[in-house]
Design a protein around this ligand. Structure first.
Ligand SMILES: C[S@@+](CC[C@H](N)C(=O)[O-])C[C@H]1O[C@@H](n2cnc3c(N)ncnc32)[C@H](O)[C@@H]1O
Length: 304
């Protein structure tokens, strides 16, 4: 992560009337470890449901795609879900992630399990144009899982898809995991897990800020809450200041009032209809989609 860009983004977010920190800054090594813990919590249905759908898709893959395949996973994290899909036709795997140390370690472990698969981790910010060097001449299948498409603030999801449509040719495929609108209580429980890993994941941002900017913030002066906004169909995660605070980022001072919130997480939910509309705006076409039995989660297959 480039410190200059991080500083620019943090200052811009904290200068807003409603303070905000982009969620991609959660992911240092410790942040990625906490996220992995979140995915294993009982209340956190997205991972469980997405895996259920992926298992069904994996049975169809050999018929869907013939010949040699290259898998490219955007925001791959622990490279866990891809294991459900890897078959003998998959010759290359490109996991792309911002969390450098985590993705390198996860790729190394995956290599031990699949010694013949060519794994080439790419450390990049997927919000910026990225390129895979020497992409082999195979059918390319892209994945953007974990409902990461819901983690964009207004309009940035369309921008992301439009940019991606420039990196994906007409013969390639894109699978996207999409969390669906459901009863607020289920979403609220998922993002406020009992064991407190979502809170730890968000509070870790304070450590990251201190490490980078020597801001002297005390993690004990913050709490975390995730609240589902039914009208916006969006889960919003906040760090709440327990007291008045003054801190520095570079040469800029920031004040926090007691009970002032900093938004650190956004997880937008979709209906199949609203997602299809987003897909169109992003220059893709919906080829097909699957949901789990309870219709909590969906996976869309897109083409350009
Ligand atoms: C919500 S997690 C999903 C992880 C995994 N795909 C899954 O389904 O469990 C988001 C992942 O994307 C990565 N990430 C977040 N923002 C990113 C960005 N702007 N560029 C590259 N990777 C990013 C994080 O490091 C993390 O591994």
């Amino acid at each position: 992560m480039k410190k200059k860009i991080f500083q620019r983004d943090i200052i811009a977010g904290l200068s807003r009337k409603k303070k905000i920190i982009p969620s991609k800054y959660h992911y240092d090594y410790q942040g990625s470890k906490y996220f992995e813990k979140i995915t294993k919590q009982k209340e956190y249905y997205p991972t469980r449901k997405e895996k259920e759908i992926l298992k069904r898709i994996s049975k169809k893959l050999p018929k869907m795609f013939k010949g040699n395949l290259s898998f490219c996973e955007i925001g791959s994290g622990a490279v866990d879900k891809i294991k459900i899909l890897i078959n003998k036709n998959v010759k290359f795997y490109f996991p792309i992630d911002i969390s450098a140390k985590f993705i390198l370690k996860a790729s190394k472990n995956l290599q031990k399990k699949y010694p013949r698969l060519k794994i080439k981790p790419v450390i990049a910010d997927y919000n910026r144009p990225f390129k895979i060097k020497n992409f082999p001449k195979t059918t390319k299948v892209f994945f953007f899982l974990g409902s990461s498409i819901g983690n964009f603030h207004s309009g940035d999801d369309v921008k992301f898809l439009k940019n991606l449509s420039k990196c994906i040719d007409k013969k390639s495929y894109l699978f996207i995991g999409v969390d669906l609108v459901k009863k607020p209580i289920i979403i609220n429980k998922a993002y406020n897990d009992k064991a407190g890993y979502t809170a730890k994941f968000s509070l870790n941002l304070i450590n990251i800020i201190n490490k980078n900017f020597n801001s002297g913030l005390n993690i004990k002066n913050f709490s975390y809450i995730g609240i589902y906004n039914k009208k916006l169909r969006s889960l919003q995660g906040f760090l709440i200041s327990k007291c008045k605070q003054l801190f520095k980022i570079g040469s800029r001072y920031f004040h926090l009032r007691k009970d002032e919130k900093i938004q650190v997480e956004v997880s937008n939910k979709f209906t199949p209809k609203s997602f299809k509309s987003l897909v169109k705006k992003g220059n893709f076409k919906t080829h097909s989609y699957w949901t789990d039995k309870q219709k909590y989660f969906s996976i869309f297959l897109l083409k350009r």
